[in-house]
Ligand binder design. Structure first.
Ligand SMILES: *Cc1c(COP(=O)(O)O)cnc(C)c1O
Length: 399
């Protein structure tokens, strides 16, 4: 007999159980692992069934762009983990960021965002949305007074990323959500760096949470994907009408990879966070390293907030070397274990020079404003032994 997981209150399960069994919807074959439904269309026994589905009277599947059983399992598992009412999976993290904003904004609307943003989020807010008449104000995310000044009664939406990329600035979610709420704005949080394991923005008053599944959720460098978590009302009234017709659907195969990635997400993120803290502490004492940024270091400018808001410091460590770009490139060239890559959240440790890669397009002025220097390196700590990573960094810095 197929066990009906829905009858045993998955919402009350512990997080580990949710990650392994949430959303499980076995076919009549009783497969152990979740099935991959790699199909684009669906057939109906009777014309009346098709009619009912198109009328919305029967919630069965109609077409891959509208939904798929494997995609639904991924959405349900992530929804349970986040504690959200609804989840909508998409083709990438950027499709999710864009979808979450574009579905609710129109010409004349005003958006307020933190200025330390992932490069493509910055492009959407400063270049793409303005073409559709959506104005925006960028603020220093850690300055609560700046949020208070920027958010007015005209502000429709607030967007922020915490910790930010690559400077790991942390924004006080409770404080910004309260300001946004009072103004009647919808608050969208890009929670990629923190992951749903370390930080739950909805519990601080956010309305919408977006993820790049490409990062920690897959965590093994295989596929692109993303998701938007929201209320049921937001999904039904804003997301569905916008996304179903614009088409940034996730492939069922990618959703299946992400679904399986969720099973080990907590183990990986907690383990990688612990290793990242060890690496950050080791970097502090190394010659030639002028600054180390990590949310759980006492030297982080918002150390108390980091510990209050995040369950651990995360998997990312940012540091600065003396000697600018030339020395930073030198360190990259000498690394033997850690790979040069702009991706993050992977089982393999990856390092990038933000000024010439992820944050190249925004220009020198915007980089300076965000505190991104030429000697800055961003390290995504993987699942290797921390001692090996520290050893690799040591030899590369000394070379
Ligand atoms: C990677 C990333 C995105 C975009 O995700 P993709 O899956 O690459 O489209 C958005 N925000 C942050 C913070 C990211 O790190």
């Amino acid at each position: 007999m197929k066990k009906d997981v829905k009858s045993s209150s998955p919402a009350r399960w512990g997080e580990n159980t949710k990650l392994v069994r949430g959303g499980l919807d076995r076919s009549p074959h009783g497969e152990t692992s979740e099935a991959l439904f790699l199909n684009s269309g669906f057939v109906y026994d009777e014309p009346e069934t098709a009619e009912k589905r198109f009328a919305g009277e029967d919630d069965g599947y109609v077409y891959g762009r509208y939904g798929n059983p494997t995609v639904s399992m991924f959405e349900e598992r992530l929804r349970l983990l986040e504690g959200a009412e609804a989840c909508y999976a998409l083709a990438s993290g950027m499709a999710s960021v864009f979808g979450a904003l574009a579905c609710q904004l129109k010409a004349g609307d005003h958006l307020v965002s933190s200025k330390a943003l992932f490069g493509s989020c910055y492009q959407i807010i400063t270049n793409i949305l303005p073409r559709f008449g959506i104005r925006s104000t960028l603020v220093d995310g850690s300055d609560i007074d700046a949020w208070k000044t920027a958010i007015t009664k005209d502000t429709k939406c607030v967007f922020l990323e915490t910790p930010s990329n690559p400077t790991l600035d942390v924004i006080d979610l409770a404080a910004v959500c309260e300001i946004g709420r009072k103004a009647g704005a919808s608050i969208v949080v890009d929670n990629v760096f923190a992951t749903p394991i370390l930080q739950k923005p909805l519990s601080y008053g956010a309305d919408v949470v977006v993820y790049s599944g490409t990062k920690h959720i897959d965590g093994q460098g295989r596929v692109l994907g993303g998701a938007i978590l929201s209320t049921r009302k937001f999904k039904e009234e804003l997301l569905k009408p916008f996304l179903r017709h614009t088409g940034p659907s996730i492939s069922p195969f990618n959703a299946w990879i992400l679904l399986k990635g969720l099973e080990t997400l907590k183990l990986r993120v907690l383990h990688q966070s612990q290793a990242a803290k060890g690496v950050a502490e080791a970097l502090l004492g190394l010659k030639g390293v002028t600054r180390v940024i990590y949310p759980y270091l006492d030297s982080h400018p918002q150390a108390a907030l980091c510990r209050r808001q995040m369950e651990a410091g995360g998997t990312m460590v940012t540091f600065e070397v003396e000697g600018g770009k030339a020395k930073a490139f030198d360190v990259l060239r000498h690394l033997e274990l850690i790979d040069i890559s702009n991706n993050l959240g992977d089982a393999k440790s990856l390092i990038t020079h933000p000024a010439t890669t992820t944050h190249r397009n925004i220009g020198a002025e915007a980089r300076a404003q965000m505190g991104i220097t030429d000697g800055m390196l961003r390290l995504s700590v993987g699942l290797e032994d921390a001692e090996d990573l520290i050893g690799d960094l040591k030899q590369a810095l000394a070379a």
